[in-house]
Design a protein around this ligand. Structure first.
Ligand code: PLP
Length: 393
């Protein structure tokens, strides 16, 4: 347990909180949390559910009403057909990942994690004695996973491949052709299962549409877990509802784990999630358009800073600028920037802007900024980043 790290995203938020505790105003672009309120119709559904007496222990794997709404969602949006025995609701997408790896990993089993990656994957894999095997997704390919790099990383001990598109932290998306090439590799390695984390599915831009691997390669569906949740798309991070579709044998095993840990997920949150999934798509679209506008504003502002490089992300709500030209320099406050973590700490201490260093996601020297915050904060934060970089010597 002592070897388990605090995720860097949470560590940076804690630093920002400490600075705020000292009376400083801090602009936080560190956390991946929508700044929108949960849609009113969702909150009303929760209220009704509570008044209707939906306040008892729910079934471990999810209420029949939510499982039915999830089945409709997968059919409508992903062209995927699931039976109720192939669906499970968990305490956020994070518990889905925890259940899946606890159910399947033996010490020494390898899990391929394309890099950069969301910090929780390697932490959870390591918790169960698994070995994360990182595969580099280079910036010059749009941070996409190449089939040849995947093939080279697979060994007889590989049990899982994690796919996360749209991606946290880069905002990269994937294409049908990419997924077809990945599927072709996986067909040669029947021992490899796929955890496809599609939690940012609705947040794609520039006319892109999201594609699921189980849809592109239906023959692989029996070994794919398709993960999703209401946190990001519906601004429901605090309601703690994630869900997954996958083979019944694995869902059963994950249910056994959940039954002995948290049991079923908050009954009222589940009723709210039915309203979210069945609700009018316009609610998500308004948020998506706002993120899209902010994305273009932030990238344009960062591209004005000559020392930074900034790819245009096509999904999620993060930008991932490169800061190589700042490494080895000294900040106006006298801090030497040997790493991207030094950069993030100095930016926080000297300009009170919280971001997360890229090396925490497996790829430096970059920083990750979340634009799930107001236009004013984003404008102010980009100005401060520009001043910070201009002050480097
Ligand atoms: C890639 C990715 N997957 C899953 C999650 C988990 O979200 P939740 O547990 O709120 O459903 C997050 C949250 O930051 C994420 O970024």
């Amino acid at each position: 347990m002592a070897r388990l790290e605090v995720p860097a995203t949470i560590a940076m938020a804690q630093r920002a909180r400490a600075l705020r505790g000292r009376g400083e105003e801090v602009l936080s672009l560190a956390l991946g949390e929508p700044d929108f309120p949960t849609p009113a119709g969702v909150i009303e559904a929760a209220h009704r559910a509570a008044l209707d007496g939906q306040t008892k222990y729910p079934p471990v794997e999810g209420t029949p009403a939510l499982k039915a709404a999830i089945i409709r969602k997968f059919a409508r949006e992903n062209g995927l057909t699931y039976e109720p025995s192939e669906i499970m609701v968990s305490n956020g997408g994070k518990q889905v990942i925890f259940n899946a790896f606890m159910a399947t990993l033996n010490p020494g089993d390898e899990v391929i994690v394309p890099s950069p990656y969301w910090v929780s994957y390697p932490l959870i894999i390591s918790l169960f004695g698994g070995v994360p095997v990182f595969v580099d997704c280079p910036e010059d390919t749009g941070f996409r996973l190449g089939a040849a790099a995947l093939e080279a990383a697979i060994t007889p001990r590989t049990k899982w491949l994690v796919l996360n598109f749209p991606n946290n932290p880069t905002g990269a998306t994937t294409t049908r052709a990419d997924l077809e090439a990945i599927a072709e590799v996986l067909r040669r390695h029947p021992q490899v299962h796929v955890l496809s984390d599609e939690i940012y599915e609705h947040l794609v831009y520039d006319g892109k549409t999201h594609v699921s691997i189980a849809q592109v390669a239906p023959d692989l569906k029996p070994r794919v877990l398709t993960l999703n949740g209401v946190s990001k798309a519906y601004a429901m991070t605090g309601w703690r509802v994630g869900y997954v579709g996958g083979p019944a044998w694995l869902i059963r095993a994950m249910g056994s784990i959940q039954g002995s840990s948290t049991s079923g997920i908050c009954s009222i949150s589940q009723a709210a999630s039915v309203a979210a999934l069945d609700g009018p798509p316009g609610v998500v679209e308004v948020m998506r358009e706002t993120y899209d506008r902010r994305r273009r504003m932030v990238v344009a502002a960062l591209r004005q800073i000559p020392q930074l490089t900034c790819a245009m992300p096509q999904g999620a709500f993060y930008v991932y600028p490169g800061i190589a030209a700042c490494i080895g320099r000294t900040s106006a406050g006298g801090r030497r920037l040997n790493t991207d973590e030094d950069f993030a700490i100095a930016l926080l201490e000297e300009q009170h802007v919280a971001v997360v260093h890229g090396s925490a996601f497996g790829k430096g020297p970059y920083i990750r900024l979340s634009y799930a915050t107001s236009d004013d904060i984003l404008r102010d934060a980009c100005g401060r980043i520009a001043r910070f970089v201009a002050g480097l010597t």
